[in-house]
Write a protein that binds this ligand. Structure first.
Ligand SMILES: [Zn+2]
Ligand SMILES: [Zn+2]
Length: 130
């Protein structure tokens, strides 16, 4: 029975990540997951996120400025833009050179994840400063 419960919990967590574009923290995922699974604990959410990350189904993003890890779907390769002012985390396209990294670099045999972070100001914060 335990296996079935884990599968359902992971399904709910993956759905939350697929529907969200704000790269939620584990706490945010926990609050969402409780709508579908009222008895789920924060520890269970963390355990499932770690499992899914180790399986390659979920990406964990550790902000360079510290703070809580953010989580993301892993099925679509993309890079991230971090705003230093409001901690917004936006999806941006990977540069083509990184998409074809394996083919061009003979010392690399396989790429499992490209983790590119671009740091700057988002347009919302730029507008507020002017
Ligand atoms: Zn911002
Ligand atoms: Zn993302």
């Amino acid at each position: 029975m335990k296996k079935t419960r884990n599968t359902r919990q992971r399904g709910v967590i993956l759905d939350i990540l697929r529907e969200s574009c704000e790269h939620p923290t584990a706490e945010m995922i926990y609050r969402e997951a409780r709508q579908a699974l009222p008895n789920i604990s924060l520890g269970t959410v963390y355990r499932n996120l770690n499992f899914l990350r180790d399986q390659g189904a979920v990406r964990e993003i550790r902000p360079s400025e510290g703070g809580s890890s953010r989580f993301d779907r892993a099925d679509i390769p993309h890079a991230h833009f971090h705003c230093v002012h409001c901690s917004a985390l936006l999806d941006i396209a990977l540069p083509p050179a990184l998409e074809s990294l394996t083919l061009e670099e003979e010392k690399i045999s396989a790429v499992s994840l490209v983790d590119l972070h671009v740091i700057g100001s988002c347009s919302g914060c730029e507008a507020a400063a002017n």
